[in-house]
Design a protein around this ligand. Structure first.
Ligand code: ADP
Ligand code: GLC
Length: 469
């Protein structure tokens, strides 16, 4: 099969979170199984662009409403990522450093999607599947079927993967002319709740819809930022396929981001050395358990609970542990976490920002990773943590429910709590400290989690079966 993934992110070209990791890995595994998988994404001005070689494969001219623009498609020359990578350049919209966060993101991603469809239309052959990811690319199934200029593409099968239903890309009807001339009888396929809702449109128009864990799929019918009824109605074409991890990028015995590599046989010494490095850099005590958080500092991730849970832990449990936080997000959470540095007695620190290398070192050096998420469609942090011998302390939701079993249960290896509250989280931290003190038990868990397999092998087959269907 020939599969074209269209996405706003793809590691290592441009990544803001798990979407980038998934789109950087899934096509590689599909290619390994003998399929042709390609990725098309915007040409942001990232390091990867300047450090690699490209050839121009297409130049086109199209329009976003009344604004006509030239676009260029370039292809990476050396198959560096293990699949064909195409970048779409639109001057004035995509030629920026960051992926998201601009006032004209609606225009940027709509123009990107129009260019992708226009380019597909100019191709002589058609792919078997166009696989779009999240709302930034979710108008494509509609465009392929209902824009007059692209009618000849209507037979291409489309798959939408929902990585996060909290973000839907809403836009007002005043922007409906951004979509190239379309059959206005089909307006209902763009709309949800009186606005154009790209994610809802993707759910309606894609041939198949997937999300990134079975539990999140079930939860979305109860809670999906307004899309519950639609997901209930369309449940026949929806399935939950758990994400995998790229076991070559994420391998503690070869990781390119730190020096002290380790294998299951050397995990205790290896992790200790990385922990000492981290503790030295952040002024922490390597004799105490190191409990961390990596991620976006937003309510969805339960990051607002961190400050109080940390303060309560120090107060009720005592200063028996270190905390290290890596992330960025809401200014109010960032500043509260920064202020707390003043209370540290060599047992708390925070790094505000995005740092890929530091995240790898933290997975390697930490004893525990906290994920108090309110919503977690899959979550990759816990999977990376497990691969690096770090015990996850997670809220029982979405993909966390599907991947972490409490160590008090049969064959368990993590710590799970039910509510996204300071109380539940502090209790989880207390259990982590208790577990750390029982060193034989902790070592046994470490040995077992290193044997768990969350690689893409199983999930990639589920996607292929879905395409075939
Ligand atoms: P989400 O995509 O919702 O943010 P995931 O758990 O799926 O959550 O994936 C998050 C990814 O982003 C992981 O690879 C994680 O290591 C990475 N990440 C998140 N925040 C940071 C940060 N501040 N610095 C480095 N990596 C980060
Ligand atoms: C989203 C979700 C996260 C998931 C990731 C990759 O960003 O929030 O849970 O792991 O996508 O699918």
């Amino acid at each position: 099969m020939e599969i074209i993934h269209v996405s706003a992110e793809c590691y290592p070209v441009a990544k803001a979170g798990g979407l980038g990791d998934v789109v950087g890995a899934l096509p590689k595994y599909q290619t390994e199984l003998g399929h042709i998988a390609k990725v098309v994404m915007p040409m942001y001005r990232t390091k990867f662009l300047y450090n690699n070689q490209w050839e121009t494969v297409h130049k086109g001219y199209t329009h976003l409403g009344n604004w006509w623009y030239h676009y260029t498609v370039i292809k990476e020359k050396t198959n560096k990522l293990g699949f064909d990578l195409y970048l779409v350049d639109i001057n004035g919209l995509l030629d920026r450093e960051k992926i998201y966060g601009y006032g004209d993101d609606t225009e940027r991603f709509t123009a990107f999607q129009v260019a992708v469809v226009d380019w597909l239309s100019a191709w002589k052959h058609h792919p078997d599947i166009v696989h779009v990811h999240d709302h930034h690319t979710a108008l494509i199934p509609f465009m392929l079927q209902h824009c007059y200029a692209y009618q000849h593409l209507a037979g291409i099968r489309t798959v939408l993967t929902i990585h996060n239903a909290q973000y839907q890309g809403w836009m007002g009807w005043d922007k409906s002319h951004y979509i190239p001339a379309w059959d206005s009888w089909k307006a209902g396929l763009l709309e949800w709740n009186k606005a154009i809702n790209p994610l809802a449109s993707g759910i309606k128009c894609a041939w198949k819809v997937t999300t990134v864990s079975p539990t999140y799929l079930a939860e979305m019918r109860q809670s999906a930022a307004g899309l519950e009824a639609l997901l209930e109605y369309e449940k026949g074409k929806c399935s939950g396929i758990l994400n995998g991890i790229d076991t070559t990028v994420w391998d503690p015995s070869t990781d390119i981001y730190f020096e002290h590599h380790y294998t299951p046989d050397t995990v205790e010494e290896g992790k200790q050395r990385n922990k000492e490095l981290l503790c030295e850099r952040f002024g922490l005590d390597p004799k105490k358990p190191l409990i961390t958080f990596i991620g976006r500092l937003v309510g969805e991730k339960g990051a607002d609970l961190l400050p109080q849970a940390i303060e309560d832990s120090f107060y009720y449990i005592g200063r028996k542990m270190n905390f290290l936080i890596l992330g960025s997000g809401f200014p109010a959470i960032e500043s509260r976490l920064l202020t707390m540095k003043g209370l540290s007695r060599g047992d708390y620190n925070v790094y505000i920002g995005y740092d890929e290398g530091l995240s790898h070192l933290i997975y390697a050096g930490a004893d525990f990773i906290m994920m108090p998420s309110r919503v977690e469609p899959c979550g990759l942090n816990q999977l990376y943590a497990l691969r690096y011998g770090t015990i996850p302390v997670v809220r029982n939701t979405g993909g966390l429910h599907d991947t972490v079993i409490d160590y008090g249960d049969k064959n368990g290896y993590g710590i799970r709590f039910n509510n996204a509250t300071v109380g539940d989280m502090t209790h989880g931290i207390w259990r982590a400290v208790e577990l750390y003190q029982q060193s034989e038990k902790r070592k046994d868990i470490r040995r077992r989690i290193l044997q768990l397999d969350f690689s893409w092998e199983a999930s990639v087959r589920s996607y292929l079966e879905l395409y075939a269907s």
